[in-house]
Design a protein around this ligand. Sequence first.
Ligand SMILES: [Zn+2]
Length: 131
Amino acid sequence: MAKIKRNENAPEERLEADRKQLELLAARCGEEAGLHRPLNEVVGGVITGIPEDTDLAQALSDRETTDILVHLLDQNREQVERALERLHEGTYGICEGCGRRIPEARLNYQPAATRCVECQSHWDRLNGRTA
Ligand SMILES: [Zn+2]
């Protein structure tokens, strides 16, 4: 098994921090469903997969949207956990789809990424995520 190369970006720390925050947010979203609080205040920065044109503040009044958000948080947490697993296996930064290196810039932007952009969008299409 390949050794994990020490990296200045310390993806493990970032991933652990993200995981904790996502767990917290999921709990909080569940508790606060129905309270009128701007969603982007609650989830700011951590969550991915929300279409950019979604009006988060308006969406909060919609109970169904809160459920979707909790689901998204769950998905994000699973993704972070998978990236952590790969980190421990020594395969972090290798695309799950094509086996090539995931570009450094993508990992910096999205430390939990386990696929390159091409493979991720292909996977998203197959799994009906995003339009
Ligand atoms: Zn790939």
